[in-house]
Ligand binder design. Structure first.
Ligand SMILES: NC(=O)c1ccc[n+]([C@@H]2O[C@H](COP(=O)([O-])OP(=O)(O)OC[C@H]3O[C@@H](n4cnc5c(N)ncnc54)[C@H](O)[C@@H]3O)[C@@H](O)[C@H]2O)c1
Length: 276
């Protein structure tokens, strides 16, 4: 039986864990061939291995999305391995919070680099590849739709105390989404954004468990204070945080052919929350 994304080439950053991992699994389950990325090679390899174990196709392009040569390597992997490029999901990320008076330049730029500059470079590197593919398809009388999904946050749409860096970067990706939807429509690319509310991952686990993530040599605390987490959940109309699978479902909406005429949109995947 044919699947919705049969043969499509999909690239997902930060797909070793959490939401990115679920997005990669979802796209693979629909027939897409994946390029898996993560800062941490081991979880990325696990995602790729699980896709292969389920009969899918996945190759790795490990490393930080902030590395200056990453974008060329990432796009290059799709082209060399699969000879194509259909879906790009800019998902990799983390938070490094402080109130503004305590936020260092290092904190500001680290979050900007990961959430805004890296997607910019990836999409810039993708443009000539997509342009050439679209040109050849047009000459052959075909129209092949391609998809970009950028990941934002309610912090980027409504703001969030303690996250000047993150909310600015996540608002920036909304602007870039809307601009590229205008620039890339003529290449038959839809460019959309999914802004998550509370999704249960390492990022939003119990901060009291003292978890940290090593991000490019920096040990950064992960998690949210459990009292705050419980209070946040109470404000969600569905009464709970979402699962990574539910988050992936929202991204998939923009990747499937049924959304071919939807572009430049920001979808809130928040369990019904319309503000914070
Ligand atoms: N979980 C939430 O509630 C929530 C809410 C809003 C937005 N988001 C966004 O969703 C995305 C995924 O977050 P998550 O909750 O799945 O977090 P997560 O920590 O579970 O997974 C994020 C993955 O990204 C990887 N990563 C981080 N920095 C990277 C880099 N520089 N290069 C490559 N990989 C990198 C991490 O190693 C990790 O495997 C992020 O962009 C995050 O900002 C999450």
């Amino acid at each position: 039986m044919s699947k919705n994304l049969d043969g499509k080439v999909a690239l997902v950053t930060g797909s070793g864990r959490g939401i990115g991992r679920s997005i990669a699994m979802k796209l693979a389950s629909q027939g897409a061939r994946l390029v898996i990325n993560d800062l941490d090679a081991a979880p990325a390899e696990e995602t790729a291995a699980e896709i292969r174990a389920q009969g899918g196709k996945a190759v790795m392009c490990a490393g930080s999305v902030t590395a200056p040569d990453f974008a060329e390597r990432f796009i290059g992997t799709a082209v060399s391995e699969y000879k194509g490029l259909d879906i790009i999901v800019n998902n990799a990320g983390y938070t490094w919070d402080s109130v503004i008076q305590k936020m260092t330049d290092e904190q500001w730029y680290a979050i900007m680099d990961c959430h805004l500059t890296a997607p910019f470079r990836i999409l810039r590197a993708a443009q000539p590849v997509i342009r050439n593919l679209a040109k050849a398809e047009a000459e052959a009388g075909q129209r092949v739709m391609r998809k970009v999904v950028n990941i934002s946050s309610v912090a980027g749409v409504f703001g969030n105390a303690g996250q000047a860096n993150y909310s600015a970067a996540k608002a920036g990706i909304v602007g870039m989404t809307q601009t590229l939807a205008k620039e890339w429509g003529r290449m038959n690319v839809t460019v959309n954004c999914v802004a998550f509310g509370l999704i249960k991952t390492r990022l939003t686990g119990n901060a009291n468990e003292g978890g940290t993530a090593n991000i490019e040599g920096r040990e950064i605390k992960v998690g949210v204070n459990p009292g705050l987490l419980a209070a946040m959940e109470q404000t969600i109309p569905l009464g709970r945080g979402g699962t990574p699978e539910e988050a992936a479902g929202a991204v998939y909406l923009f990747c499937q052919p049924e959304s071919d005429y939807v572009s430049g949109q920001v979808l809130l995947c928040t369990g019904g929350l319309t503000g914070i």
